[in-house]
Ligand binder design. Sequence first.
Ligand code: GRF
Length: 223
Amino acid sequence: MADLLRIAVLASGRGSNLEALIAARRDGALPIEIVLVASDKAHAPALRLAEDADIPTLALDPRGYADRASFDSDLFERIGAHAPDLIVLAGFMRILDPRVLAPWIGRAINIHPSLLPKYRGLKTHERALANGDAAHGASVHFVTSELDGGPVIARVEIPVLAGDTPAMLAARLLPCEHRLLTACVGLFAQRRIALDGDRVRHDGRLLPSPLALRPDGTLAVPA
Ligand code: GRF
């Protein structure tokens, strides 16, 4: 099993994206080993999901640290001790110190509920509705020091329907997020994706635009 991609997942809350990765691993759909699930919230449901799946967990309380940099540095030192190949931010609700992040650039991804570069930050569903967008979606991108700003690997798009509320939109998007994240992690597991400067390299070629998740769960390469 030497080829399994070692993943550390950071999550602050519910953990449904983590759950999707655990399920894909269990079903044999993803050749990964989740070596750690870490959280800044001791009561995050994501930690319980990890425990139930016999995955090592770590809860660190930022209030026990002098500043953001010392929290981030301790967190990433502990993550590093598990030697992950990839760090997956899945609902991790903190901005990370660029100095701590620097050694992980290219080896850390985030899932964000908008069609990046639209709507970085919070309240993405509300903002898509307020702007009257016809389509909404989610993106998986490389993490850089810019919040939700790193090169986008892949996106999934869904239509906005008449009468949608933010909650309805979020609920319809969530299962698509799970498929998107799983498909992207699969690319890493197959060593088919890499960061090249500020571009994404897929199967050896620089992508002109992000991959798109098809309804069958596979990723389409842009023409
Ligand atoms: C997801 O919507 C993800 O895109 C965003 O935070 C949410 C996390 O949900 N970054 P969950 O904790 O994985 O259920």
